[in-house]
Ligand binder design. Structure first.
Ligand SMILES: Cc1cc2nc3c(=O)[nH]c(=O)nc-3n(C[C@H](O)[C@H](O)[C@H](O)COP(=O)(O)OP(=O)(O)OC[C@H]3O[C@@H](n4cnc5c(N)ncnc54)[C@H](O)[C@@H]3O)c2cc1C
Length: 317
């Protein structure tokens, strides 16, 4: 059976949905194992077991986070060899893709990025050209490295869980020798809102907010939602680029997506069309967003959103 190694960098106090997705895919490909970096809490280890991880690998070095990605790629390469893995799965973040690329070079492995589904034989599916085409690719090398987009599948625990043991992987001393060291970190002020990629509800604003995200923020806070944006809004500097949803932004798959002042261009739809329920607020009845909306409100977002916020607050008491 193929050995499949899932890389989870800093699992934190609770696993992200994206990590659980990777484990679910790993089980469909063979025998899953996890290479992690950073601290591993007991209940996180238990969840990894519940999702079928047979073995956990940790690096011998505790300071990989003090460097840019090079040493993490060296650790992962050593973990692949220790685990005899033939498939490696990672997230699709910019950092994970850079690690994947370096791993590909170290192991002579084929690397496939932006994956949205994987067949049991390892064939990867990608959604390209703003979701209008699906392509398939399969690595022909002994080891394949796939970076999988979050919200591609519904995570499911294994029928039979495991109690995985932990093996320490020796990180070569040379790994950190020539690597750039991180000298300072400034934490971004926490918004208190859920993570956009994981949120059950997303309220997104576009060019129609005209520089004022206030009504979007108030509605999001009344619903406990994350805030997203179209590229027009992020390019205008009204909100950070990490809020961008779409082909060149994040892919989200919430239970509820509220789109306000967004026209629904194909590149925006590529990042949100799998949302369970889409509510669109737009003052132009001809706007293409209404083609994919489950509920459409033709109106001015500066009137509609505050009314919705007030009603939600009233009902919540
Ligand atoms: C290669 C490439 C990649 C791209 N990637 C992305 C991506 O990842 N994400 C993305 O979003 N875009 C992306 N784009 C840009 C995309 O094509 C659109 O230009 C962009 O999504 C438009 O943003 P918007 O809908 O906010 O603005 P617009 O298209 O200008 O639409 C604004 C909408 O707001 C409505 N409106 C205005 N005022 C109000 C009001 N007061 N109340 C209610 N409605 C109002 C208008 O009727 C209009 O429908 C990409 C483009 C390219 C070429």
């Amino acid at each position: 059976m193929a050995k499949v190694l899932v890389f989870i960098d800093n699992p934190g106090p609770a696993l992200k949905k994206a990590s659980l997705e990777l484990l679910t895919i790993a089980r469909s490909l063979g025998e899953p194992a996890v290479a992690f970096n950073g601290e591993l809490h007991d209940d996180v280890a238990a969840t990894l077991g519940a999702y079928g991880a047979q073995t956990l690998y940790r690096p011998s070095a505790a300071d990989l986070d003090d460097y840019l990605v090079g040493p993490k790629a060296s650790y992962l390469a050593a973990a692949v060899l220790t685990a005899h893995a033939t498939v490696v799965l990672t997230e699709n973040s910019a950092e994970a893709r850079e690690i994947a690329a370096r791993l590909g070079i170290k192991l002579g492995a084929g690397v496939i990025t932006d994956v949205v589904a994987v067949d049991p034989d390892g064939t990867a599916h990608k959604s390209v050209l703003a979701g209008s085409w699906t392509t398939t690719a399969k690595a022909t090398t002994p080891v394949a490295v796939l970076t999988v987009k979050a919200n591609s599948i519904t995570p499911e625990p294994a029928v039979t869980g495991t109690a995985p043991g932990t093996i320490t992987v020796e990180v070569p001393e040379t790994a950190t020798a020539a690597s750039a060291r991180i000298t300072a970190r400034n934490e971004k002020a926490a918004s208190g809102r859920p993570d956009l990629a994981e949120a059950r509800i997303v309220v997104a604003g576009g060019r129609g907010v005209d520089g004022n995200f206030g009504p979007v923020e108030e509605l999001a806070d009344a619903l406990g939602a994350a805030i997203g944006a179209s590229r027009a809004a992020t390019d205008a500097g009204w909100i950070g680029h990490d809020a961008q949803i779409g082909q060149t932004g994040k892919t989200v798959s919430p239970q509820l997506y509220i789109s306000a002042g967004i026209s629904g261009a194909v590149q925006q739809k590529a990042g949100m069309q799998t949302a369970k329920v889409i509510v669109a607020v737009n003052k132009d009845a001809e706007s293409p967003v209404f083609e994919i909306a489950d509920f459409g409100i033709i109106g001015d977002l500066f009137q509609v959103l505050p009314q919705a916020t007030a009603e939600i607050k009233k009902r919540k008491g």
